[in-house]
Design a binder for this molecule. Sequence first.
Ligand code: SF4
Length: 278
Amino acid sequence: MTGDIGPIRPVRHVLGISGGKDSSALAIYMRDRVPNMEYFFCDTGAELPETYEYLNRLEAALGKPIARLNSDRDFDHWMEVYQGTLPSPQMRWCTKNLKIKPLEEWVGDDEVVSYVAIRADENRLGYVSTKPNIKAIFPFRDDGIDKDGVMRILDEAGVGLPAYYEWRTRSGCYFCFFQRKHEWVGLKDRHPELFDRAVAYEEKVRYQETAMQGRKYTWSQGESLDELIDRREEIRSRHEAAMARAAKRIKPNRPLLDVLSEALDTDDDEAGCSVCHL
Ligand code: SF4
């Protein structure tokens, strides 16, 4: 007689949506290919209002809900755990605790195929879980879908781009430290209350600085947000000049987003977070 091993659970197919264009396009691309796909969004509690609005639009196009995964502990809790330091590209505790952990808890020990939206024209890895039960696959890379392909998928589905792409090219938290200088100015213009909240975090951290041996923690490299916004006009005119140069370099009839991305890259062309900015 064999022992009772219980029912065999089917493999789960999951696709993480960051609120950015690539993962959203992949969700639509896979909609009819994997009917039992489970879509999810890891909500840090600090997302832009435009992201929530876009998720609603996407749900309508997908015809099914996007599971919202919230960490049981919020950003403020983790900030205390990390002794009052702000996260940074070198210490990305926010991604680990607010994006990756909730996903790994949600899938548990289930066998999972995770669909990751790295494009064919990108040279980055994307998040691959170290959990042995999660297998990552890259349909855009495998099927040769590049940035133009992504834009086509979103256009044809009638979804378009999230509204924040008018001023910022990366999804994620309103205070994300991967923002370029002009994107911070954009946050101040579009969401002054969120900008003020980001300033309040910096002020909170300032009290810890003595304990942290005088090291200065700011969201944007080299200056506080107050200092950055004092230079608003200088940043704006530098950005306008970069936009004009980018518009000349880029072929006519390209989307405005290409010009904006190229102009912002002159400030900082680091690829951003491969979990949050897809
Ligand atoms: S969007 Fe930026 S701040 Fe938010 S979790 Fe990701 S890396 Fe951290």
